[in-house]
Design a protein around this ligand. Structure first.
Ligand SMILES: Cc1ncc(COP(=O)(O)O)c(C=O)c1O
Length: 422
């Protein structure tokens, strides 16, 4: 039966104030954050040391360095892998911008590989074609909380003598063949910003099991000073470095959230399963799935609209935007997380990194081609997706997943109301 969509003046499915914000705060947070505020060390303090130790234990890594962002940890990963000027780093054509821009930041060249439509991750079957004598590393981005199938990636790396960086910024707790992301490649980066499964406002973590990679990453982390905590600080710059350290207050919040992470991940899994159960028969939707070897951590529940089936293959992105607006009117905020695939972004098309053609035209680099026809799958995904995070997150429970599914079902059953003039 036809129902009037909220965008056409009907009643919204999710009343204002029903959706609870992320992350939920309790006495664990209050205690640690106040303890840090009342302490004397504001910069890299005792909560930072404790946080990196606890994260390393939780994830099963030997070493962890806490940073002020996931991007900083990614940049440190490139240095840990000994990437240098003109070296190429393979990265998926669809990800957060800094999965690729941190490569340029180190004067290296991003080489994009198309994604697999089903997993939304890098197409592992297309990686090897992108390897050249200049390739130094592969960045495996575990997008939306789904691990990349790492065995083929590690085999390619081994065959060509490459290092593998895991961009685990969205994937705390995701697993491949039972192993947690961050333990599967040579080193990895996590993010703790805003809506991540582990949120401390901003912040990040570099992790590795390799002592030498730890030392290299650390050289970038704090102004290029390389002394260990046991040595006295000599305020001497030994290597090119930035200010990538975390601070005590943020780390205290990260610690309190880490203590609850397993519980939060279990809630997200239950909510995602409920969403899938409620949405499985909705016509015109393509739901997220995970290969048998992968355990999703449900950072983001991304749906695609089957634009062929809906008769909108030619104006997919525009029609998707109308659906997203209609969902918003129903009280369900979904997000077109990336409106552009990475190689389509101006910085890559114009190759306007540092000016004067650098890093692409610097003497160490070989020409790379960012023709967009190479990334047709990423583009199709980009034009037809929307995703959601908050309805999955505690303290929202399965009842919120049911409401979200109801809003989606209502809009999808009444798409005729979105045809014609807005
Ligand atoms: C896949 C991916 N990589 C890298 C980052 C960068 O993390 P941060 O924002 O902490 O720098 C993000 C952040 O959203 C991300 O989603």
């Amino acid at each position: 039966m036809s129902e009037k969509l909220a965008i056409r003046g009907g009643e919204k499915v999710i009343p204002d104030g029903t959706m609870k914000p992320w992350p939920p705060i309790d006495d664990t947070d209050r205690k640690l954050v106040v303890a840090s505020a009342e302490g004397t060390e504001r910069a890299f303090g005792p909560h930072c040391t404790a946080f990196q130790g606890e994260l390393a234990v939780w994830n099963g890594n030997k070493y962890a360095i806490t940073t002020n962002s996931g991007t900083a940890a990614l940049h440190m990963s490139l240095v840990a892998c000994e990437c240098g000027a003109g070296d190429e780093v393979i990265v998926p054509a669809y990800s957060w911008s800094s999965s690729a821009t941190c490569i340029m930041q180190h004067n290296c060249i991003p080489v994009f590989v198309d994604i697999d439509f089903d997993t939304m991750n890098i197409d592992v079957e297309k990686i090897e074609q992108a390897v050249t004598p200049k390739t130094k590393a592969i960045t495996a981005v575990h997008l939306h909380g789904l691990a990349v199938e790492m065995d083929p990636v590690m085999s390619i790396a081994e065959r060509h003598g490459l290092k593998v960086i895991e961009d685990a910024c969205q994937a705390h707790g995701a697993k491949y063949k039972g192993g947690k992301v961050g333990t599967l490649g040579h080193c990895a980066a996590f993010s703790f910003n805003q809506n991540k499964n582990l949120c401390s406002g901003e912040g990040g973590m570099f992790v590795t099991d390799d002592e030498d990679m730890l030392a290299k990453a650390k050289s970038l982390w704090s102004f290029g000073e390389t002394r260990t905590p046991a040595e006295s600080r000599d305020y001497h710059v030994y290597a090119m470095g930035w200010m990538y350290r975390n601070n005590d207050l943020t780390a205290a919040f990260g610690r309190s959230q880490l203590a609850k992470l397993d519980r939060h991940l279990a809630a997200e899994k239950a909510n995602a399963e409920r969403l899938t159960e409620c949405l499985k028969d909705v016509r015109g939707l393509i739901l997220p799935t995970a290969p048998a070897d992968c355990e999703h951590c449900w950072y983001n529940y991304t749906i695609r609209f089957d634009m062929e089936r809906l008769g909108h293959a030619r104006d997919a992105a525009a029609f998707r935007d109308r659906i997203v607006d209609a969902l918003k009117a129903e009280g369900l905020e979904t997000g077109v997380w990336q409106a552009f695939i990475l190689p389509a972004m101006t910085v890559f098309q114009a190759k306007n990194g540092y000016g004067k053609g650098c890093p692409w035209e610097c003497p160490h680099a070989e020409p790379v081609d960012y023709s967009l026809d190479k990334y047709a799958v990423a583009q199709r995904h980009c034009d037809s997706h929307t995703g959601m995070t908050t309805p999955l997150r505690a303290p929202n429970g399965p009842e919120m997943a049911e409401l979200a599914a109801k809003a989606i079902g209502k809009v999808m059953a009444n798409l005729d109301q979105l045809e014609g003039p807005a």
